[in-house]
Write a protein that binds this ligand. Structure first.
Ligand code: DNO
Ligand code: MN
Length: 357
């Protein structure tokens, strides 16, 4: 596995490249142009600036997360074609600077959703929390307003310019079914996958987080059957999945280990993290350690190892530890600890393999 670390960019992240350099075994940063609105073509000078900054610290920039998909594409509106053209141009430019994987998602309106970004744990750390009953009973506007008011930095997908549009978007999604979304996704893939393939890039869709419908909006990248269906929509090596253990694993019916065994060859990029699921459907993000959550992180890493996995891996969200002030889920400390746990498992599996041979 090739370890990478998400970095939001100079001036946009509390974590610096200087710090990331001190985490053992990190070879690259996972990046994006966070100030370019979804649907617009990424300017080459801005792309080069991030690549150069990362390269100065010895990091590669082979993984991008995310190039966001404009809502008109997900909605299948006639205006989608111009946004798809922009998307293709961005893919080509990223290919020119050596990008190998582009992570994106196809979730209507919202990216990942939680009800509390600073849930206090018993040990004094805080974590991202999802309270099922609260989400089911709150108006989305109210939740968004509450969350953005309490957070200095916005969550990805919760950018102010998108959220201003919230009620208009909800109107547009009325009557859009899961099957409509599948059709719109297929249309998009048929357009972009050949461009990605020519550019030496694998597109890697991120599963829906949480993997079920929220606020009545359709969500389709939610389970093993749907991942299989997704991969068959366009059966090309350039059409892949970002297998996110924490996103998929929030539904106890999902067997993440089975998904690794089935799909590893189509997973250029893995997000590995743990979640603790409660009986009432709530979940909280925990440390990466197997014993701390509901997911068998050891088993997941072992599955990748058994498959001879050579793709990129990043720790996903972390808790906020030791009073760190940071972007929710994206502090330095817990993600660094997560990396050491993942390497610990991986290195002992490697050693055991060598000793058996
Ligand atoms: C959360 C991330 C997601 C992911 C997007 C990919 O931290 O895993 O926001 O970046 O869904 O498009
Ligand atoms: Mn993820």
């Amino acid at each position: 596995m090739r370890m990478v670390f998400r970095w939001y960019g100079e001036g946009n992240d509390t974590v610096t490249l200087d710090q990331i350099r001190q985490i053992p075994g990190v070879e690259g940063v996972v990046w994006a142009l966070h100030d370019v609105p979804a649907g617009e073509e990424w300017p080459m000078d801005k792309i080069r600036a991030v690549v150069d900054a990362a390269n100065r610290y010895g990091f590669h920039t082979e993984v991008v997360e995310s190039v966001n998909v404009h809502e008109d594409i997900k909605l299948g509106l006639p205006t989608r074609d111009k946004y798809i053209e922009n998307y293709k141009r961005t893919i080509e430019k990223l290919g020119q600077v050596g990008v190998k994987v582009i992570c994106y998602n196809f979730m209507p309106v919202f990216d990942w959703v939680r009800t509390d970004l600073n849930r206090k744990n018993e040990d004094g750390s805080t974590a991202l929390f999802y309270e099922k009953a609260k989400l089911e009973n709150i108006d989305p506007m109210e939740l968004v307003e509450k969350i953005t008011r309490n957070s200095a930095l916005t969550m990805p997908g919760w950018e102010p310019e998108r959220l201003q549009d919230l009620s208009r978007l909800f109107e547009l999604y009325k009557g859009v079914t899961e099957e409509d979304l599948w059709r719109n996704l297929e249309y998009f893939l048929q357009e972009i996958i050949p461009v990605a393939q020519r550019s030496g890039i694998t597109m890697a869709i991120h599963p829906d987080d949480p993997p079920w419908s929220v606020f009545g909006l359709p969500r389709i990248i939610t389970n093993q059957d749907n991942l299989r269906r997704f991969l068959q929509l366009v059966d090309s090596p350039a059409n892949g999945v970002t297998l996110c253990s924490g996103a998929l694993g929030a539904n106890p019916d999902n067997d993440v280990i089975a998904m690794v065994y089935e799909f590893a060859d189509r997973v250029p990029f893995a997000h590995i993290r743990n979640v603790k699921i409660y009986e009432n459907g709530d979940f909280v993000e925990t440390s990466h350690r197997t014993q701390d959550g509901s997911l068998d992180i050891y088993g997941i890493v072992k599955a990748y190892h058994d498959k001879g996995y050579t793709g990129y891996v990043r720790p996903d969200h972390g808790r906020q530890l030791w009073g760190e002030q940071c972007r929710p889920g994206y502090g330095l400390y817990d993600r660094a600890l997560g990396i050491m746990y993942l390497w610990g498992i991986w290195d002992s599996l490697e050693r055991a393999k060598g000793e058996q041979a």
